[in-house]
Design a binder for this molecule. Structure first.
Ligand code: FES
Length: 129
């Protein structure tokens, strides 16, 4: 079996939503101390909907593919749904990652979570109990 699924290779070679949102409503950055990879997510949020999302990833193929897939999964979704995105869901949407590469998908989950935390810090009135 190939190490990476076709979807991982596709999202690595043609990553979706790469870039920066200058006036982002929430920005989240995470890194993995072991491999040194870094991921940054930018969210634009309108009426509790993720209207735009972009990312910058300095990392391995799985990290790039995970960021790309994660942005696709949350774009157009309500904030409450984006909050629930798990690294498992990202890996499944990519038709799986090798076990030792699962931490790459964790970066995507954490970067989005951090960006949403940042959004709520800036807009505490939006937080729903
Ligand atoms: Fe660390 Fe992929 S090897 S994020």
């Amino acid at each position: 079996m190939a190490l990476y699924s076709d979807k991982v290779m596709d999202h690595f070679r043609n990553p979706r939503n790469v870039g920066v949102i200058e006036d982002a409503d929430g920005v989240g950055e995470v890194g993995n101390a072991k491999c040194g990879d870094i991921m940054k997510m930018y969210l634009k949020i309108d009426d509790d909907i993720i209207s735009d999302v972009k990312f910058e990833t300095f990392g391995c193929a799985s990290a790039v593919a995970s960021s790309s897939m994660a942005t696709e999964l949350i774009k157009g979704q309500p904030v409450s749904e984006a909050m629930k995105l798990t690294n498992k869901a990202v890996a499944e949407a990519l038709d799986g990652l090798p076990d030792y590469k699962m931490h790459c998908s964790v970066l995507a989950e954490e970067a989005i979570r951090n960006a949403l935390d940042d959004y709520y810090k800036k807009h505490p009135e939006k937080r729903k109990e």
